[in-house]
Design a protein. Structure first.
Length: 391
């Protein structure tokens, strides 16, 4: 029995079909060759497939002509390679390519980066250095060629089809018109060839994740202050019919006056601007993702749930659920979080009830708005302080 197999995917195949084919084959090393316009676009689908492959002890190399699919698959944990020809050509061309362990080759890394940085200049900004990278974008420190001011340049992995370009511009204008003291400003946007990018204010003080590493417990007054600022920004966005989809400390920046600035509203632009909208329905970080968002039905209450996870984490020093991607996803869907007071007995019942309401599985059972959640948290914290004073 051959230890290596080339598996060609049909455009209409989805996770269930691919997983069944994976389970049937006896080969341990598999080259998964994807066509253009594949249905396998969801980050969650790729993570679930990766988890199943690990359970089966299989090593997979994902070969795709689409840079975004390669980026999503790589973010999910797969090794990736570019496909340039037809499936038949790819099968012949890749038949002599070994499946490697470790990181992609330099050529593959260069190609993945090419769409994000086709030149050293985007619009009026020179790209100075890479600030960070996620599953869907790279962020660079940029310098204006005339004003010499600094900005953060978010370059999206997605490639826009011709019909999508005007739609992207309309949605980007909506983002640029978001003016709120706790939202990172979008200064400019553009499309380089077919690659969209956003120019945003640069927050040199870093993120709340950098300020408070994982495992850090914050004082309740500090938590309330941060939650109110984030909730204010989210409520403003929700009133404008926008959902953030990826609330987490990494997307909470610190401004010049140490105020919280919510970033990454750019995901919403792509979610409504390209053929990859199915991919972005489940965009987010699984540790903070609401049950309905895992099921590809995000709503404003999904942002409230994610903020509830952040508040929970700041209170006890850990998120409600831990484990592998599939384990955490299942817990969000099916398991109630541990009571806060079981982990930190000094937390008041009022604060616990507020946080657990925000973490309700059914979005209709959460607070009516994210602002109502922040207000309730503030009121509960005042009750807790009065009880401490009475003691």
């Amino acid at each position: 029995m051959a230890d290596e197999q080339i598996m060609l995917l049909r455009p209409e195949e989805e996770l269930t079909s691919v997983r069944k084919r994976l389970e049937k084959t006896q080969a341990r090393h598999i080259k998964l060759v994807l066509p253009m316009q594949t249905q396998m676009r969801s980050y969650v689908s790729w993570r679930l497939l990766h988890a199943r492959a690990r359970e089966l002890g299989k090593e997979i190399l994902v070969i795709s002509p689409e840079s975004q699919i390669r980026a999503v698959a790589q973010a999910a944990g797969f090794k990736v390679a570019e496909s340039q020809g037809s499936p038949a050509t790819d099968r012949f061309r890749m038949s002599n390519r070994p499946i490697r362990g470790g990181k992609p080759t330099q050529a593959e890394a260069d190609h993945l980066t090419h769409t994000a940085q086709p030149r050293r200049q985007l619009g009026n900004y020179l790209l100075m250095r890479l600030l960070g990278q996620g599953g869907f974008a790279q962020v660079y420190l940029g310098k204006h060629i005339h004003l010499e001011t600094l900005a953060a340049i978010k370059v999206l992995f997605t490639q826009l089809a011709h019909d999508d370009i005007e739609h992207f511009r309309n949605e980007a204008r909506t983002i640029a018109h978001l003016k709120h003291p706790h939202i990172v400003r979008v200064l400019e946007f553009g499309i380089d060839r077919t690659t969209p990018f956003l120019v945003m204010d640069y927050a040199a003080n870093g993120t709340l994740r950098q300020r408070y590493p994982k495992g850090t417990r914050l004082p309740l007054p500090t938590i309330v202050s941060y939650a109110k600022q984030v909730a204010s920004a989210l409520q403003y966005a929700h009133d404008a019919k926008m959902i953030h989809r990826d609330i987490k400390p990494e997307n909470m920046l610190l401004g010049e006056q140490q105020e919280v600035l919510l970033s990454d509203f750019g995901i919403a632009v792509v979610a409504h601007s390209s053929h990859s909208d199915r991919t972005l329905d489940t965009t987010g970080t699984i540790g903070y993702m609401a049950p309905e968002q895992i099921q590809a039905h995000p709503c404003p209450a999904s942002d409230q749930y994610a903020l509830g996870v952040v508040v929970y984490e700041w209170l006890v020093g850990d998120r409600p659920f831990n484990g592998s991607f599939t384990e955490v996803a299942a817990k969000h869907l099916l398991v109630s979080p541990s009571l806060l007071r079981e982990r930190i007995p000094t937390i008041s019942l009022e604060v616990e009830q507020v946080v657990l309401t925000a973490l309700a599985k059914d979005p209709h059972q959460r607070f009516a708005t994210v602002q109502a959640f922040a207000d309730a948290l503030e009121q509960a914290s005042q009750v807790e302080r009065r009880e401490e004073t009475d003691d």
